[in-house]
Structures are given as C-alpha cells and as structure tokens.
Ligand binder design. Structure first.
Ligand code: KG4
Ligand code: ZN
Length: 338
C-alpha cells in the first residue's frame, strides 16, 4: 500500500496548528503557535484577538510543519482542516488557508469536526484503538461520552447540560486566583492538596449519562465565600484537590458506566482535560479493575494540535469523505451529523 500523507490544520480556538502525518499514524511534524499569553489578562480567550493572531501565524505555522516534516506541498496527498465547532473568526483563517492550498495544488480537502480530531489524537502513534469503542471527549467547550461505532460513525451517549469540564476548571481557577487556563494550574495545585478536604457534589442524573458541572463550581465558590466571610484562609491546594476529585470522579464513573452498558471493552480519552494527571490515574485504575483496554493520547496531543486533524482527515478520506470548496466555518455542529 502506498503511503498517504495528510497535512492537518487547526485554528478553532487560540492555537494555530499544523502537522504532517503519514497513514493517519506516523507524525512527521506538529507545529503549534498559541496566542494564550495574550488572553491571560482577560481570564479567557478573546475571539477578536485570537483571530488576528491566527492571521499572523497561519502561513509560518503551515510552512514550519511542511519543512520540519521534510515534505513539499506537492507530496501532500490530502489536506484536512477543522471547520467547526469553534470560534468562527479563527476557523475561517485555517479554512481559507486550507482551501487555498487545496485549490492551488489540486489536492483533496477534508473538513474535520474538532471533537472528531480530539478522538483521532489516539490514532497517532503505535497504540491506536479499533472501533467500536467508548470515548470521553472533555475540553474547554464540550464534555461528551461518545460511542465510536466505526470510523466517522458517532453516537453521543452523554453530554454536559451546562458547563464543560474544562470550563469548570477555568472558572474555579479564576475564582482562586490561579489564572487562565485553569486546567494545568489546578492540576498542579491539586497535587499538593488533600482530595478529602471537602466533599463537593457529583451531579448524577437518573437513567442518563449526562454531566452537570455548574453545581460543583457554585459549591466551590460558596465554600470560598464562607471562609472569606469568617476571615479564614482559603486552602487553595486542598480546594483544588477536592474539586478535581469530584470532577474526575464523575467523568470516570459515567464513562465506564457507558462502556458497561454498551458491552464495550475499549475506553479512549480525548480533549484538553484528558491531559489531567488525576483523570489519567483514575481511568488507568478503573480500566485495570474492569479488564477494559484504556487508550489515552500523549499530553501534547490532548490539547489542540494539527496532528489530530491530519489523522482524522486520513481516516475520513479513506471512507470517501471529501469536502468541496463550499466548506464553511460552523460555530456549532454535532458529531452525529458528520
Ligand atoms: O481541547 P482544548 O485544548 O481546547 C478546546 O477544544 O476547548 O481544551 C482546553 C481545555 C481548557 O479548559 C483547559 O483548562 C483544559 O482543557 N485543560 C486541562 C488540563 N490541561 C488543559 N484540564 C484539566 N487538567 C489539565 N491538565
Ligand atoms: Zn479542542
């Protein structure tokens, strides 16, 4: 079989990213330029600022990915690009770059769903899962439990009814003065704290695998207010550890419940929150206890990157999914509609 080379482009949030991947598995390059520093002062991503940075970074990032891979544009077989969901201003920049390259070089274009990209981060490398499998996609914008029936065939079994898991991390972090993004900051502080310090609520819904993270966020804020009113010090590390224990606990509980209900023996982690050390530990332990195979991406492929888009584009292309030049940016788009 001839090697198939994909160039993946991602620009849905604050990372401008491009990567070259062979046969959906072998990563030749993975270049990421982030405007994160710019957003820190605002406590979250400012779409207008992010779009302007994407414009500045997109050409050097794509150029860098091709150069690092030692691959010329002529040698690229397929161009994959995130078309949504995400911030439209940013998506348009990546999309226009991808369309221009595809048109000029006469290459097929494949539009990739951002969450599909996160799932396919697990296919880059040696330890790829085989569908069917259950995946938890937890990021700043989504918290989904997805049954991947086949390549490109997704069923959402559970989702958050309010905040995404990453969003809860970011909001609690801001309240604790740990800054943005909250995930890595809380992860670090939690390692020094006591997870049994407080029991924050894990929301469960009857006959549903859905999540809710706004209640736990409010419980943390109320707890902090009580301490502040009483003039007591706020034990930041302990609060982080207890908050994290509850969030990761419910993510783990519902994901493995989905696997059991569906009779599936492979569980896959994906999305920015999948970089969390406690979550990875809990999933490792639970998978071992239940005799389930766990696949998780390396931390660098958990947060937004181009390699996951390149890999997803490879598998989509193999299934005959090719986009035309009318492909547009979509702020919201369900995985089930792919
Ligand atoms: O997937 P991603 O890079 O972008 C989106 O698609 O949203 O995810 C970003 C989210 C942020 O909310 C960030 O706080 C969270 O992932 N995150 C983490 C960790 N690293 C990033 N959450 C928990 N623990 C981490 N180590
Ligand atoms: Zn993402």
């Amino acid at each position: 079989m001839e090697d198939l080379i994909t160039l993946g482009i991602e620009s849905s949030c604050d990372e401008t990213a491009a990567a070259v991947v062979v046969n959906g598995r072998k990563m030749l390059s993975n270049v990421i330029s982030s405007s994160l520093e710019l957003h820190k002062a605002y406590g979250g991503v400012v779409p207008e600022l992010a779009s302007r940075k994407h414009l500045e970074y997109i050409v050097p990032v794509i150029d860098g990915a091709l150069k690092e891979a030692g691959v010329s544009l002529e040698k690229v077989d397929v161009i994959g690009v995130t078309f949504g969901p995400g911030l439209v201003g940013g998506l348009l920049v990546g999309l226009m770059a991808a369309k221009s390259l595809a048109y000029a070089a006469g290459k097929p274009l494949v539009g990739v769903h951002h969450l599909e990209g996160h799932i396919f981060a697990n296919f880059v490398g040696e330890d790829a899962p085989e569908p069917p499998f259950i995946t938890l996609v937890a990021s700043g914008g989504h918290s989904h439990i997805v049954l991947v029936k086949d390549y490109g065939d997704y069923k959402i079994l559970g989702r958050t009814r309010d905040d995404a898991a990453g969003e809860a991390y970011d909001k609690v972090s801001r309240a604790l003065g740990l800054g943005y993004p909250g995930g890595p900051a809380i992860d670090k502080a939690a390692a020094l704290g006591d997870p049994k310090y407080a029991s924050f609520p894990k929301t469960r819904f009857k006959d549903s695998l859905d999540f809710s993270f706004s209640g736990i966020k409010t419980a943390v804020l109320n707890h902090m207010n009580r301490l502040n009113m009483a003039g007591e010090t706020v034990p930041v590390n302990d609060i982080c550890a207890s908050f994290q224990e509850a969030v990761c606990g419910i993510l783990c509980e519902n994901t493995f419940k989905a696997a059991r209900e569906q009779g599936i023996k492979t569980v896959v982690l994906a999305g920015g929150v999948a970089a969390n050390s406690r979550l990875r530990e809990m999933f490792d332990r639970t998978a071992k206890q239940r005799g389930v195979r766990l696949v998780k991406p390396p931390k660098i492929l958990c947060t937004d990157n181009g390699a996951m888009i390149a890999s997803a584009a490879y598998y989509a292309y193999k299934k005959g999914r090719i986009s035309d030049m009318t492909l547009n940016a979509e702020a919201t788009w369900s995985l089930e509609d792919m």
